[in-house]
Design a protein around this ligand. Sequence first.
Ligand code: 3HC
Length: 384
Amino acid sequence: MSLDRIKSVAVIGAGDMGHGIAEVALLAGYPVTLYDINTAAVEKGAGRIFASLEKLAEKGKVPPAAVEQVRTSLLATTTDLQAAARQADLVIEAVPEVLDLKRKIFAQLDEFAPPHALLASNTSTMSITEIGAATKRPDKVLGLHFFNPAVLMKLVEVIRSQNTSDDTIQTGYAFAQKIGKVPVLVRRDTPGFIANRVTAASTALFQTVIESGEIEPEALDAFLMKVGMPMGPCELTDFVGIDIMHNVCRYFADQLHEDYAPAPHIVRMVEEGRLGKKSGQGYYDWSQGRPQIDLSKATQRFHPLLPIFVQINEATKLVEDGVCSVADVDVAMINSTGNPMGPMSIGRQISRWDLTEQLEKLAARYKKSIFAPTQRVREGGHKH
Ligand code: 3HC
C-alpha cells in the first residue's frame, strides 16, 4: 500500500505516548480517531493534545488555524475499538506494555480494520513478530516506535518483523517522514530495537551506581546536565515512568541477560506506587511540576564518558547482529534523546585499547558481563 492510501489514522491508547502520537499525525493534517477503554481516559488524552497544541501555538510553532482545524474536524474520540479501526488506513497501537494485551488488541484490530490497513505497534521493546502473529496479516504489521514527548522528539524507529513486507516498511517509513519525523529503519526485530537497547546498557550502569549509594540521584543528574544532557537519567526515568522503565529493564533481563534487570530501588518504587511524574513522586517530587535540579550538587566522582563507553559497546552488538549500521545508531540516539552528539561519533575519538580497558574495568567493578567489550570493540570496529 502506498503512502497516498493513508487518509485516516487510528491511535489505540490515549496515554503519554498515544496522545502524543495522535497529536503529531493531527499536526500533519491526518484525521485521527483516538481510542481508549473509557471516556475519562480518552477525554484526558484529547485534553492533553489541546493543551500541548495551544502551547505550541502560543510560541508560534504551529498556526492557530491548525489548532482550530484539529478541534473542529480532525480529531475524533471513541471508546469503541471497532469504530476506531473500521475506517483507518493505518492503526498505531500504544497500550500498556503487556504482550498478551497487545496480541489481543491486534487480533481484534485485524478483524475490525479494512483489509488494506497497516497495523503498527509503538511497543518500546517487544517483538513485532510475536505481536503480528496474532493477526492474519503479519505482512502488514510493523513497529512505529515514537519517543516521549512524541510531539518534540524527532525519532521514529520503523521496525521490520520477520514477516513485514517491503511494501509495508516503505509506507511506514514514508509516513514517518510525512509527519515530520526522522525515521530509522530497524532491519531486524530485536528486543528494544536501537535507541532503547543502546540505552539499556547505560541505564544498567546508572541504576547500579545509584543502588550502590556511591552517588545520589540529584548529584548524578546535575553532573550529566552540566555536561550537556537535557535531562539526567533519574529525572528521565521519572519522566518516562518508573513502571515503564521497570518493565523495559525486566524485558531485557528476560530476553537477553539478567544484568539488565531493574535495580532493587526501581522495583521498590513500583511496589510503593512511586511511578515518577505521573504519580507525583519518583526519584523526585513532581507535585509542583518539573523538579528543579540543583546543578551545584553535581558529583565530581563520575567519569562523563562511562555511559558512552557502555552505549558504544552495546551498539556494536546491534551492528554485529545486522540490526542497524554504526551511522544509524547516532541518528537514533541524537533524535530520541535531544543529546547533541551520538555515542559512535564520540567513540571515533577513543582508541580501541582505551575503550577495551575501560569496559573490562567496568565489567569487573560492577560484576556485569554485559559491559565486557565485544570482539568488534576489541578490533576497533566501533569506528565504522
Ligand atoms: N507539548 C508542547 N510543549 C511541550 C511539551 C509538549 N508535550 N513538553 C514540553 N514542552 C515544552 C515545555 O512546556 C517548555 O516550554 P517553555 O519553554 O515555554 O516553558 C519547553 O517545551 C521546554 O521544556 P522544559 O523547559 O521543561 O525543558 P527542556 O528544554 O529540557 O525540554 C524536553 C523538555 C524536550 C522533554 C527535554 O528535557 C528532553 O529532550 N528530554 C529528554 C527526553 C528523552 O530523552 N525522551 C526519550 C525518552 S525514552 C522513550 O520515550 C522511549 C520509550 O520507549 C521508553
